[in-house]
Design a protein. Sequence first.
Length: 418
Amino acid sequence: MERIVVQGGRRLTGSVRVSGSKNATLALMAGALLADGESRLRNVPRLRDVDAMAQILDALGARVAWAPDDPHTLSIDPRGVHNPEAPYDLVRKMRASFMVLGPLAARFGVARVSEPGGCAIGVRPVDQHVKGLAALGAKVRLEHGIVEASAARLRGGRFSFDLVTVNGTQNVMMAACLAAGETVLENCAREPEVVELAQFLARMGAEISGAGTDRIVVRGVERLRPVALDVCGDRIEAGTLLAAGAITGGQLELTGVDPGHLEATVEKLRAAGCDIDLAHDRLRLRGAELRGVDAVTAPFPGFPTDMQAQLMAVVTKAAGSSVITETVFENRFMHVPELIRLGADIRLSGRAAHVRGVRRLSGAPVMATDLRASASLLIAALAAEGETVVNRVYHIDRGYERIEAKLASLGAAIRREV
Ligand code: EPZ
């Protein structure tokens, strides 16, 4: 079982390029199913989750291939799709694969995708995806754990999400692109990954307006043509690296990401005492004496739930106390017991974590439990005295490409052990 070993105490300094966005990539890969030819995605991160989505598309019959001359370019040709069924053993590994349901139903008239089931951070139902597709005229059945959506042709409709859901917004928006007529979606997610997908679809010939706001209007078209797209930088990886710079009192520059995608994260780290300068595709952070900050996670443009664990790691060593409240998922504090093993002073009370800053953290063996919790442990380990061993690093590899190489390039004493 692979693990990552960190000797804490080094200040991070230097410049690193952020990889392409995992969550944008997963949606774009599903969106490529809508085109009647081969699309190409560039700046794709090499991650376990991307491999899992590629396996799903392959199982459907699409041709998915990495470019021979560029390890970050992926081509997807859905013309071979003959079997619109995404099986449980693949979907359960990566729940974002549920996003193939909308494109398959829209393109091929029928789709069967295993109900993804919950995961470590919560139940994560897909009722909004299903209700949204039904609003477009799909006949949706759930039997034996399989969600089947079928329609001779989807038709435009009006649908208001009961709650803000990123992949739900993306799934229904994709389906609406090939529906007959106009679709109006309300209470949509506003995340940059929704905007990125809408830009990709518009390049294919889709007629979408309002992406990035809570109201999206789609005028259905007959067909969509394949295109190429450079995937935007990963705003959560960027935030994670900034957090690593902050806790080590370092000085680092990040390139390859749009600072406008992580304003709430930047604002929180500034409130914690960091100096952060922004340019159009880079950020510069100078760490300083940290002070406690409060944060409440919320849909974009609020403070992202995907940065909650990482910010908590930063404030474990800040002067004063912090209250970190998780409002999006019901079980996203699994990093807390592990941070306490490193000497953090955290008390949970319902959806809030009360953190009192300590002067020192001390290294210890810890267990990764989910993707962002793992990142939080790495961040704390960088500032802990002595050695920390983070076990079960496959969680980290789901969402961070060669994270130890990036941190080592900034001066961290970090290595992967098989
Ligand atoms: C996306 O998941 C991201 N994943 C998550 O990132 C991120 O944490 C989440 O959005 C919130 O920002 C990808 O884009 C692949 P939601 P998604 O639907 O779309 C409830 C990471 O670490 N809900 O916005 O699945 C749900 O239970 C991952 O990179 C319903 O009740 O999240 C949750 O409480 C983790 N019914 C809330 O909505 C539904 O039909 C928000 O979830 C759908 C969602």
